[in-house]
Design a protein around this ligand. Structure first.
Ligand SMILES: Cc1cc2nc3c(=O)[nH]c(=O)nc-3n(C[C@H](O)[C@H](O)[C@H](O)COP(=O)(O)OP(=O)(O)OC[C@H]3O[C@@H](n4cnc5c(N)ncnc54)[C@H](O)[C@@H]3O)c2cc1C
Length: 545
């Protein structure tokens, strides 16, 4: 153990601080330390939470996938599981109350890693916010709670590209499991008069009415499903999947612990090296280490451990353990482009920023697959340069062809990596974004919304009409929709990082499970699919348990 100086309050200290400030209940405190209520007694608690033993499985990252993986393992395995999370408790009102979700990605939020991309050439050289949850539940604890599975064709496409077992039929049991846990509902979004007017107005424009875009058909217009209870409480991955396992002696949960690198003996993963409260420790896993650290940190952690493209590792003085050139490549994301009209009268609804209405339209790459998604919502509060008391429509080109990278900035685990999503990097992506953007401007002007919305468009504005002007508007009013995937993609070719069993190439005892392994981004928001990946990873591990 190496004691460092001036460490910020993380881990236990952070939890104690939260407990003392009343931000965390005593039960939440116990829960997050993985202890049973019978272990009450401050000293006991602290010594019990010391990670001194060896585990069978170590899971890095208690996010969407990590929680689903742990929950799946607990259904059938007697193995001792350690779940390690860099962030703290999710037992906080701003996480639980869905109307407060917009606060969670504010610049100073301690629940967000607060990443930024490098300046994006096609977006007026602006860096993009790259929010990512740093808290139990991961990004599912700070996200917009829109629940979309994606399209059967997405997963059939993965299987056709060599990811055997990941076809739609193969992933269905995992989707069913996570859906049962979060019980997505459109009860809240269908409640408002404005939502009802939008659904009707878009249906009148020719979009077929679709009560369940996660059902047999994805195309059409309907109320957005949210992973929120009917009284407005967030059901993130940690709360929905792991809360029932609190006190289970097979599961230990370590918060505030940042994994610095995988502990490797030759090409075999033996555990992890972590930093908690400025103390470095090595924890052993007798069976496997599974990295569930998300799209940005998974490749960073692999590279810091000597697994990656030698050309990326050498400049940072990192010895190459396994040459896996695909690590950090294939970053892609959904870009969302926004058009806004102000409301004539404020809407007296109780909700805030969560999407009310979803429209899937256009012809995607396979039959029945949409090309575009529209997220339509009432904005009570302004956001960036957009006004309050307005309706915003966000256009997503669901199948971008641009690909970017995650690279190391330095060999220091505390340094954020260099994130380059390369938005609008292909002319095809710009052409598609333009086509979809024209469509949402028409939707904003739908006759059925005239009583609700001002005649004059606020964003991009009535003076924007030519394709050239629209392209300029797109550069200005587009941003990441936080659906990044693919930086350690699954496959069988030379640039694949994991095989279809999620095993890292050329390394033993190491698997990955998060949005990072997705070969392509699904047709929609990515939380449900990330949880599906975690559950499926658990099933694959149980087959060899
Ligand atoms: C602001 C925002 C809004 C979004 N809105 C929606 C939405 O409305 N609907 C939707 O479906 N999707 C949405 N998404 C996307 C969705 O939430 C993510 O795709 C999904 O949660 C990713 O899951 P994951 O398991 O890959 O990663 P995460 O859930 O991010 O989990 C990774 C976890 O690993 C931890 N970690 C990382 N590195 C380390 C380390 N070295 N040591 C220890 N722990 C580590 C992180 O702290 C985190 O808890 C949104 C995302 C964001 C950020």
């Amino acid at each position: 153990m190496t004691k460092k100086t001036s460490a910020p309050p993380t881990g236990k200290e952070h939890l104690i601080q939260q407990l003392q400030e009343g931000k965390l209940s005593r039960r939440g405190f116990l829960t997050l330390l993985g202890l049973t209520a019978t272990a009450v007694g401050t000293q006991t608690l602290f010594s019990c939470s010391e990670p001194t033993s060896e585990y069978d499985y170590i899971i890095v990252g208690a996010g969407s996938a990590g929680c689903a993986l742990a929950a799946r393992l607990l259904t059938r395995s007697n193995a001792r599981i350690l779940l390690i999370e860099a962030g703290g408790s999710n037992d906080r009102e701003e996480v639980r109350d869905f109307t407060q979700a917009w606060k969670l990605t504010l610049p100073d939020s301690e629940l967000d890693w607060g990443y930024k991309s490098i300046p994006q050439r096609e977006l007026l050289d602006k860096p993009q916010s790259y929010s990512s949850g740093k808290v139990a539940g991961g990004s599912s604890s700070i996200n917009g709670m829109v629940w979309v599975h994606g399209n059967a064709g997405d997963f059939d496409g993965w299987a056709a590209a060599g990811c055997t077992g990941w076809d739609f039929q193969g992933v269905q049991p995992s989707f069913e499991m996570v859906r049962a846990a979060v019980q997505p509902t459109s009860a809240l979004t269908a409640r408002g008069a404005l939502s009802q007017a939008m659904v009707q107005a878009f249906a009148n424009l020719g979009h077929p009415s679709n009560p369940d875009y996660n059902g047999a058909q994805q195309l059409g217009v309907g109320y957005t499903q949210l992973n929120v209870t009917e009284d407005g409480r967030r059901l993130d991955a940690f709360s929905s999947l792991l809360a029932p396992s609190v006190g289970d002696s097979r599961l230990s949960i370590l918060l505030g612990a940042h994994v610095k690198r995988i502990a490797l003996r030759g090409k075999k993963a033996e555990g992890v090296v972590l930093d908690q409260d400025g103390v470095e420790q090595t924890l052993k896993a007798s069976r496997e280490v599974i990295v569930c650290a998300g799209t940005i940190q998974t490749p960073q952690l692999l590279m810091l451990s000597g697994i990656g493209d030698p050309a990326e590792l050498s400049p940072h003085g990192i010895p190459v353990v396994a040459a896996v050139p695909g690590v950090g490549r294939n970053l892609h994301d959904h870009l969302i482009s926004v058009a806004v009209r102000k409301l004539r009268q404020p809407e007296p609804a109780a909700h805030t920023t969560t999407m009310d209405v979803s429209v899937f339209f256009g012809a995607g790459p396979r039959p029945g697959m949409p090309k575009f998604q529209v997220q339509a919502y009432y904005m009570r509060y302004g956001w960036a340069s957009y006004p309050s008391e307005a309706v915003a429509l966000g256009l997503i080109n669901l199948h971008p062809t641009s690909r970017g990278t995650v690279k190391l900035r330095s060999a220091d685990f505390n340094d954020a990596p260099l994130i380059d999503p390369n938005f609008l990097g292909t002319s095809e992506d710009m052409a598609n974004q333009l086509e979809g953007y024209k469509a949402i401007r028409q939707m904003l002007g739908a006759p059925g919304l005239r009583d609700w919305l001002e005649d004059v468009e606020h964003t991009p504005g009535p003076d924007v009409s030519t394709d050239e002007q629209l392209q300029e508007a797109l550069r200005k009013f587009s941003e990441s929709d936080y659906h990044s995937v693919g930086t350690c993609r699954m496959g069988t070719d030379d640039l694949a990082v994991v095989d279809p069993l999620l095993r890292v190439r050329d390394v033993q005892g190491l698997r990955l499970a998060s949005a990072a392994v997705m070969p392509t981004v699904p047709s929609g928001n990515t939380n449900a699919a990330s949880m599906m990946v975690g559950d499926r990873a658990g099933r694959l591990l149980l087959e060899t348990d």
